[in-house]
Design a protein around this ligand. Sequence first.
Ligand SMILES: Cc1ncc(COP(=O)(O)O)c(C=O)c1O
Length: 385
Amino acid sequence: MIYLDNAASTWPKPEGVADAVKKAIVEYGANPGRGGHRLAVQAEQAISGTRHKLAQLLGVRDPGNLLFCLNTTHALNLALKGLLREGDHLILTGWEHNAVARPVEWLKRHRSVQVTIICPDEQAGWAKQVEEQIRANTRLIVTIHGSNVIGEILPIADIGEVARKHGIFYLVDAAQTAGLLPIRLDDLPVDLLAFPGHKGLYGPQGTGGLYASPDVPLVPIIQGGTGNRSEELEHPGERPVGFESGTPNTPGIAGLGAGVEFVLQTGIEKIYHHEMELIRQLWEGLTRIEGVRLVHPKPPVLPILSFNIDGVDGNEAATILDQHYHIAVRAGFHCAALAHRSLKTADRGAVRVSPGYFNTSEEIDQFIQAVREIAEAFRGFSHAW
Ligand SMILES: Cc1ncc(COP(=O)(O)O)c(C=O)c1O
């Protein structure tokens, strides 16, 4: 199988990841932070070790500001619902994933949050467009860092400067960039950043996190046992425990530690360089095939590319790639209704291909050849689009 769906979850994982998960289950499967016995302490050490490695990778001085979550979606919900109040105004972009767009829609309906969606206009520039929409009650700006449909990057430092200038909080969705682009949070004008553990950080599914700067008055959205101040009924709000109620995914977080270690040892530049070579090869190969239409006119700056083939539905193309060629890609709307509306592909979606660090140039050649054969087979077929 040739796996080219790394934007959804990276696979395979580096060698040490499964070992770390197994070790957590087999050797110290106790509840971290909930008991003083040595196994509980060992479990707590695994969690703390991963938090420290993440802090190193993401340039965060105090690891306590990194809060473990189940995935990026959970982290984004925590940031949005833990910060926004009744009647606040929020600015987001037309490139957001449903992990932002849907909680925002919920906040609009249930907390009367006012919402402005910026439609991408390359001439105007993102930061300027954001600034033009700021109101007296704007409390938060949220933007994607890297698009999960077309592999473009937003200028988060510039947008963050605008947010700082106006005293507004800035939340970044780094689902497609954490582990792939250098992010030094202590040096960036970013107040909150949501990241997955299972994509560019090579951890298991069911892991992710939220960075929250110490200045953000974030409140927990889930209350319960934290392992501290257990005699009190009022939920403690201190970081990180107040934001991580209930038993955590210790094996997953231990595996994430091994994934982050892999990124630290290999180096972000090397990973990015390899994946960009593959995506450039893909871009060049696909642009030469008659009947293949790339969703975005520019070469991607992240290892993600979307396209359609004349005469064949995207889901059908993905099924043929899977069944006949043993190649895994993702067709449809990529949980990104807003992005597909902005890209004018809301009627049919697209086929997304996303190579990862463990893919090879030969695999990309095989993929291009497969698409060429599909395009030839369907040439001349009419379709509804
Ligand atoms: C840009 C973006 N945001 C959020 C998400 C949701 O991530 P998760 O599956 O970790 O919740 C994804 C997933 O692909 C994504 O690409």
